[in-house]
Design a protein around this ligand. Structure first.
Ligand code: MLT
Length: 220
């Protein structure tokens, strides 16, 4: 067969332990982003968002390995908002290993995770269980991924958590518990609650862009 692959397929890489896309950056002083999609997304989903909130930054975007009725996710859930915590821990370790592989393969620094929904939840779990892997995180509509996380040292790491005031999936009390967990671990937390639901808004993009521009440039 002599098929010409389409552009999307050609840019998806299957060589490392997660199917992923990597887009090299043009700004050597910018932290790479680890883009983590929501349920039913894939490695292409957040590329455009990454380009918008951090122009010129290297983008690493894996596809979640867990399938729920064919929809990719980053860990198993028992039902909406109820997580298989053993799987959360296993998948966070798997993702941490992938970041190490990708850093070696592409020669990039520790990334800032940018996750939406299920992607934000695995980002939070990775911060709490493998804090050395991430330089910080932008968590879009995250909730508590582990009821009783291990004691992590997140001192020096910035986290922007953007919640929705009328999010039908993430109760206010749950986001507050995540704030408490991350703050107790020493993270520099910036938590904003926007007048929106679970979906992303222009305000999310603006706040994420401003926060990333102000946070953690690579040392010159
Ligand atoms: C989702 O739909 O992805 C949930 O809101 C979050 C999760 O299951 O991790």
């Amino acid at each position: 067969m002599n098929e010409v692959p389409n552009e999307e397929a050609a840019m998806t890489d299957t060589a490392l332990s997660f199917v992923h896309r990597f887009e090299p950056g043009t700004d050597a002083g910018a932290r790479p982003l680890l883009l983590l999609h929501g349920t039913g997304g894939d490695e292409s989903d957040l590329i455009q968002l990454g380009r918008m909130i951090a122009p010129g930054t290297a983008l690493l975007s894996p596809r979640g390995k867990v399938l729920e009725g064919g929809a990719p996710r980053f860990f198993r859930r028992l039902r909406e908002g109820v997580f298989d915590e053993e799987d959360v821990r296993f998948r966070a370790a798997e993702l941490a290993d992938f970041v190490g592989e990708a850093r070696a393969a592409y020669g990039i620094a520790a990334p800032i995770a940018v996750g939406f929904s299920n992607g934000a939840n695995i980002a939070a779990a990775t911060l709490l269980t493998h804090p050395e892997v991430l330089a910080g995180a932008v968590l879009l509509r995250a909730m508590v991924p582990l009821a009783d996380p291990p004691a992590a040292d997140l001192r020096g790491k910035g986290v922007l958590l953007l919640s929705g005031a009328v999010d039908p999936i993430v109760p206010e009390e749950n986001a507050a518990r995540l704030v408490a967990q991350l703050t107790a671990a020493g993270a520099r937390l910036d938590h904003r609650t926007l007048p929106v639901g679970h979906g992303l808004s222009q305000a999310d993009l603006n706040l994420a862009r401003q926060w990333l521009a102000a946070s953690q440039p690579l040392a010159a």
